[in-house]
Design a protein around this ligand. Structure first.
Ligand code: B12
Length: 464
């Protein structure tokens, strides 16, 4: 499913509010991105070009696709057309700023909240000032990587910066005709120490919470424009628990008839009470990032909860009767054939017809994470941190990847609502499925229809 450029729209709205003229070029649906960029640069010659980079790669260990080369080519095209400084921003940049700056030769990178930092960068570039006093900016100076101070960034609660006016910036028809959901955050920051994760690196380890009334207000704004399939894109939606509960209460009070989703639920903080509040707010599906149902793996990933929490969450979800997408991650530290079997058995045992389970196999290693240290200690990772810009994965030394795929393959043959990365992520039918689902009016979330879609595909002799 195409993901809407939420961060880029927020950033564009922020600089526009400061009086700058902003042109957004969304390359998501462009057949020839370079041509679209050249056309736009000629039509509106810019003083500064900002690029929002979301993904470094597709995160698939078996069929890795890297996107950095495309970015490098794009910056080269921009450089040929204009002398304007190029600024990188976006979630991928915060993950690996130095490597991306070196690969692209961009002038600087914004590592923090674009709505706060980018206006300051624009002013510094316009006035010829240095970047050093602006928080969370990185650049290369005489071959040396420099990064400015990391100061706390209070959230900006202006409605336009929480739910930007999407119709102004992007082609909303193109997104809604492909089952895209409207992203919305209720907080930033993540205090959990999961070994593989970069959330704390990019958004900080302290929570920064949007007031629940503002979140509810943002939802009303979206609903008033006909945007009702809204997805919370917090790192973890249900922590802090009380905040999530209050968000749900405030949204329910507004009664905007929205269809809410999130795939960022932590099983540790889920109970009947919250699930009821989520239902009242309008949740039509939720994704639990359980990662595993086996204690040695949950320990190895430093998830901070155990298999008991995962089972309790399943019980609560069944009682609340909300469709659920279970997300698992196989191959982490401590994973063995036995733990894989435990997790797959758990998944196949709990699925109801409208549920689905998705297994990611192999874990992307990012520099600066505990997983990087583990992989180096185990002598599994020898390349320099900057080279990890290209897909680099961890897979437990006590497990065979082929065996794992084989087991998943058998489970997916038996249970049509089981999916795994190597089977479905890069499937050429996925974009078509999104289009058809939208045109026949299938309700969100699409994964609720996994069994039916796979049944149809099997009937046509194609599995996914
Ligand atoms: C929610 C989420 C999802 C949801 C998205 C749902 C939706 N409807 O949007 C789902 C589950 C679908 C998803 C899928 C995937 N995701 Co994801 N996702 C996230 C998550 C947790 C939040 C993204 C988000 O919306 N944040 C909120 C917005 C406001 O923040 P933002 O985009 O970062 O923007 C801010 C700044 O970056 C900056 N900024 C942004 N643009 C610009 C531009 C300029 C010029 C400037 C100056 C600043 C700037 O300012 C913005 C506002 O403050 C991030 C992790 C994270 N915390 O960033 C991972 C993350 C983006 N995902 C990631 C990945 C890998 C994927 C998948 C490839 C996974 C998979 N195996 O399929 C897919 C790709 C989907 C796709 N089509 O692109 C990686 C990307 C890194 C990488 N390896 O490539 C991340 C960083 C997580 C990680 N570390 O692994 N994801």
């Amino acid at each position: 499913m195409p993901v809407m450029p939420y961060g880029a729209c927020i950033t564009a709205a922020a600089v526009s509010r400061r009086g700058h003229q902003v042109q957004m070029v969304d390359l998501m649906f462009q057949r020839d991105p370079a041509r679209s960029v050249i056309r736009e640069l000629r039509r509106h010659p810019p003083h500064v070009v900002g690029i929002s980079v979301r993904n470094l790669d597709n995160n698939d260990m078996f069929q890795p696709i890297e996107y950095v080369s495309e970015l490098v080519d794009l910056v080269a095209v921009i450089r040929e057309e204009t002398k304007a400084p190029v600024v990188l921003g976006g979630s991928a940049v915060a993950v690996m700023p130095e490597a991306l700056l070196r690969a692209t030769g961009a002038n600087c990178a914004v590592l923090g909240d674009g709505e706060i930092v980018y206006p300051q960068v624009l002013e510094a570039l316009t006035n010829g000032d240095g970047l050093g006093t602006i928080p969370r900016v990185a650049w290369i100076d005489d071959g040396k990587y420099r990064v400015s101070e990391n100061r706390p960034m209070p959230l900006q609660s202006h409605p336009e910066l929480l739910s930007p006016d999407y119709h102004r910036w992007i082609d909303m028809k193109a997104y809604s005709s492909r089952m895209a959901t409207i992203p919305l955050q209720s907080k930033r920051g993540c205090p959990f120490p999961c070994v593989y994760c970069t959330y704390g690196i990019s958004e900080g380890i302290d929570y920064r919470l949007y007031p629940p009334e503002n979140v509810a207000e943002a939802i009303s704004r979206l609903a008033s424009k006909g945007l009702r399939d809204i997805e919370f894109v917090d790192n973890v939606f249900n922590s802090p628990y009380e905040h999530a509960l209050e968000v749900c209460r405030q949204v329910a009070l507004k009664n905007d008839r929205v269809r809410l989703q999130t795939v960022e639920i932590n099983p540790q903080f889920l109970d009947r009470n919250l699930l009821e509040a989520m239902k009242d707010a309008g949740f039509v599906g939720l994704g639990i990032t359980a990662e595993s149902a086996a204690d040695p793996v949950l320990d190895g990933l430093a998830k901070g909860y155990n298999a008991g929490h995962v089972h309790n969450a399943a019980e609560a979800i069944h009682a609340a009767d909300i469709p659920c997408l279970w997300l698992f991650m196989l191959g982490g530290p401590g994973e063995t054939e036995e733990t894989v079997r435990t997790t797959v058995d758990f998944a196949t045992g709990i699925l109801r017809p409208g549920d689905a389970a998705f297994f990611n196999v192999g874990i992307r290693i990012y520099p600066g994470t505990e997983l990087e240290k583990i992989a180096r200690r185990e002598n599994k990772l020898k390349i320099e941190p900057d080279d990890m810009i290209f897909p680099t994965f961890y897979f437990s030394p006590d497990l065979d990847p082929e065996w794992t795929l084989d087991l998943l393959h058998q489970a997916a043959r038996k249970h049509r609502n089981i999916l795994y990365s190597a089977l479905s992520l890069n499937h050429p039918f996925m974009p078509l499925i999104n289009r058809v689902a939208s045109s026949i009016g299938l309700s969100q979330p699409l994964w609720r229809h996994t069994r039916t879609i796979r049944g149809l595909l099997r009937f046509m002799g194609r599995d996914i």
